[in-house]
Design a protein around this ligand. Structure first.
Ligand code: 5GP
Ligand code: MN
Length: 352
């Protein structure tokens, strides 16, 4: 194995916590490790002879856009690289035209014992699902992310909580590296930027400058956004009708600020692909009578994957962390194994 830079003592302590982060998804401070600078991460990547880039389970365009962009850069530098995510088995249809999908490997074929495992857009080791075991076999681990709830489960943690998307963290890393952001890289980076900013709703100074740089490479921003955000099969409409028709408003929840929730059961989903239900929360959260929106999504194994959104005051990443998950101030999630009624009751409790 190649000789890789070694982390400071604080970082080494954090690396020891990876196992714990695997067992308990969110450990907050207990798992907190050292921060890495872009230069630290580049020193690690420059010394690596083999790299695996891991995305989170039920991937979105930010984790896949990040994984493929980093994969392409490493491939161009002559580094053998695999990009993967644990589940579901297939890449969501909307992401199949992203450049770099030839780097994707099925989880079972992801090599163990590479020099460096890099995780992208994962707030905790649990977000890697069944691929979390590849962390232990790696020479070293790098976490690149923007989640407020990030547990710093890597040896090197480049976590910018103020970044719009993980692809924005990567764009800045590529600049440090002297990587030219061409059309293919821009396509991947834009995919994460346009989706994680909710089509440029959640922005900060610099967001549009980055978008401008990416668009200037000649990518078709409208086509990328339409494919990722505005394309659904016809069956999406009756599913919405059934799910939204049973949405419930709990005006007294969250100290009187209100909770609105909808439940998506397997029978509502029918033959639709699981990715088709991800946008439901974007409709539910527009309810003016509720500060908090939740969507309960029933998984094939009967557990519930819960999406939480807040408008401004309430930090739902803290609420989700209390329930075993994590995320951002205004968008977070967790998994629960009880009945839908109990999930709602526990959520109302956690909202206080
Ligand atoms: P979504 O509701 O779109 O699935 O997720 C919203 C945010 O919460 C995303 O940033 C996502 O990474 C995070 N998130 C969703 N589910 C989980 C979970 O089970 N655990 C953790 N740690 N974060 C989650
Ligand atoms: Mn993200």
């Amino acid at each position: 194995m190649t000789t890789l830079p070694t982390p400071s003592a604080t970082d080494a302590d954090a690396a020891g916590m990876t196992e714990i982060a695997d067992m308990v998804e969110t450990r907050g401070d207990a798992a907190a490790g050292g921060a890495a600078t872009p230069s630290d991460v580049l020193a690690v990547l420059d010394a690596a002879a083999t790299v695996t880039v891991l995305c989170h389970v039920h991937p979105d365009a930010d984790t896949i856009g990040s994984g493929l962009a980093l994969g392409l850069v490493l491939e161009r530098r002559g580094v053998p690289v695999q990009v993967s995510f644990a589940e579901p088995a297939a890449l969501p249809e909307s992401m199949r035209t992203l450049p770099g999908t030839h780097l994707l490997a099925p989880p079972a074929q992801v090599r163990d014992g590479v020099d460096v495992v890099v995780t992208v857009d994962c707030g905790s080791a649990g977000r890697l699902g069944a691929l979390a075991d590849r962390l232990a076999g790696a020479g070293t681990t790098v976490v690149i992310d923007h989640h407020r709830s990030n547990t710093r489960f890597g040896r090197w943690n480049l976590v910018d909580e103020s970044a719009e998307s993980t692809t924005a963290v990567l764009a800045r890393l590529f600049d440090h590296w002297g990587v030219e952001i061409d059309r293919d890289l821009a396509h991947c980076l834009y995919a994460g930027l346009v989706t994680d900013t909710g089509s440029f709703r959640w922005v900060r100074p610099g967001t549009h400058l980055l978008a401008e740089r990416l668009l200037d490479t000649g990518i078709d921003g409208a086509a990328i956004a339409r494919r990722l955000l505005d394309t659904h099969p016809f069956g999406w409409l009756p599913m919405l009708s059934a799910v939204l028709g049973s949405a419930t408003l709990v005006p007294g929840a969250a100290g009187g600020r209100g909770l609105v929730y909808a439940v998506i059961r397997r029978r509502d989903v029918g033959d639709l692909r699981s990715e088709e239900i991800e946008s439901v929360v974007d409709i539910v959260r527009t309810t003016s009578e509720a500060e908090i929106a939740a969507v309960l999504k029933e998984s094939v194994n009967g557990t519930w994957s819960v999406s939480l959104r807040s408008k401004s005051d309430i930090d739902v990443s803290a609420v989700a962390a209390r329930l075993g998950g994590g995320g951002h101030h205004a968008a977070a999630g967790y998994t629960a194994e009880t009945s839908a009624e109990t999930v709602v009751a526990d959520l109302v409790d956690a909202l206080g």
